[in-house]
Design a protein around this ligand. Structure first.
Ligand SMILES: [Zn+2]
Ligand SMILES: [Zn+2]
Length: 260
C-alpha cells in the first residue's frame, strides 16, 4: 500500500491511496486541473483512478469531483447519509457513477471501513486494510469517541486532523465568535490538544507513523502543531522519533508513505 496527501488543509484536501492495481482518491478538494497536475507529478494517470471516495460535502473536499468524474468517467462513492448533501452539489457526475458504500465494504484490493465522525454535516473517516496492513485517514471531526478510537486502532499509519491551536483561534480577529465556537465545538474540528490525545492512544497501541493533517491556514502552523503535540505526548512518556514518528501534511504534495 502507498499513500500520499496531494493537498491538505483549509484550501483543499486530496489523498491518493494505492494497493496492487487499485488506485483511489479520497476526496478531491482542488480544481480538476490542479488535481490532474498533482497526479502527474506522482506519475499517476487520472484515467487510472478507480474511484473517488467522499468524506463529506464541504467544498474543501469536493471542489474538483464534478469535473474530474465527468471528464474521466470516474465512479464517485459516498455513504448514503452523505449523498443527500452531495446530490445538489455534484451535478455533472453521471447517474451510473453515483455509488453508495456501507460502513464496511470491499473495493478491489482494499477492505474499507467508513467511520462516522462528529462534524456539522454527515462525515466519515476511513480505514483501508489489506493483508494485515492498515492505514486510517481521520479529518473534520469535532471530538473523538470510543468507536472512532476502536476503528483506527492497529493502523500502522494514521492521517490525523490537527486543525487549530486554541489560543490562536480564540485570539483571531478575522473570525467572528460564532465561527470560533463552531470550529471549537463538538461537531467542528480537532485542536492540537485533542489530536495529542489520539496520538498518545495510537502510540500506546502500536501505530508507528502519524501525519498531522487539515491544519488551519489562520489558526495553526506546521511547527506549532508538531511542537505542541510532541510536548503533550512527552508528558505521557511518548517520545517523537523514538516511540512514534510525526509528519505534517500541508497545502502542497507531501511525503509518500509505503506500508509493506
Ligand atoms: Zn475540511
Ligand atoms: Zn468539513
Amino acid at each position: 500500500m502507498r499513500i500520499i496527501n496531494l493537498a491538505s488543509g483549509s484550501d483543499g484536501n486530496i489523498t491518493y491511496i494505492e494497493n496492487g492495481n487499485t488506485k483511489l482518491l479520497l476526496d478531491d478538494g482542488l480544481s480538476c486541473l490542479e488535481t490532474v497536475k498533482r497526479l502527474e507529478k506522482i506519475d499517476v494517470n487520472p484515467n487510472d483512478i478507480d474511484a473517488i471516495l467522499i468524506s463529506h460535502e464541504h467544498s474543501d473536499h469536493i471542489k474538483g469531483v464534478d469535473v474530474f468524474s465527468s471528464k474521466f468517467d470516474t465512479p464517485v462513492y459516498a455513504h448514503e447519509n452523505v449523498w443527500s448533501g452531495l446530490d445538489g452539489k455534484l451535478k455533472k457526475v453521471k447517474n451510473e457513477n453515483r455509488k453508495m458504500f456501507d460502513n464496511r465494504f470491499t473495493f478491489k484490493d482494499f477492505d474499507i471501513n467508513a467511520i462516522e465522525v462528529p462534524h456539522d454535516v454527515k462525515c466519515y473517516g476511513f480505514s483501508f486494510e489489506n493483508e494485515n496492513k492498515k492505514i486510517s485517514v481521520l479529518t473534520d471531526l469535532g471530538h473523538i469517541n470510543d468507536n472512532i478510537l476502536y476503528s483506527i486502532k492497529g493502523s500502522g499509519l494514521v492521517y490525523l486532523e490537527a486543525n487549530y491551536d486554541k489560543n490562536l483561534l480564540m485570539k483571531s480577529v478575522k473570525y467572528p465568535l460564532s465561527l470560533k465556537l463552531r470550529i471549537d465545538g463538538p461537531r467542528g474540528h480537532l485542536s492540537n490538544n485533542a489530536s495529542s490525545q489520539v496520538v498518545e492512544f495510537l502510540a500506546k497501541n502500536g501505530t508507528r507513523q502519524i501525519v498531522l493533517s487539515h491544519l488551519s491556514r489562520e489558526n495553526n502552523t506546521p511547527l506549532l502543531a508538531y511542537n505542541s503535540i510532541c510536548e503533550n505526548i512527552k508528558k505521557q512518556g511518548i517520545i517523537e522519533g523514538q516511540d512514534i514518528m510525526i509528519d505534517v501534511a500541508g497545502p502542497n504534495i507531501s511525503t509518500m508513505f509505503k506500508l509493506k
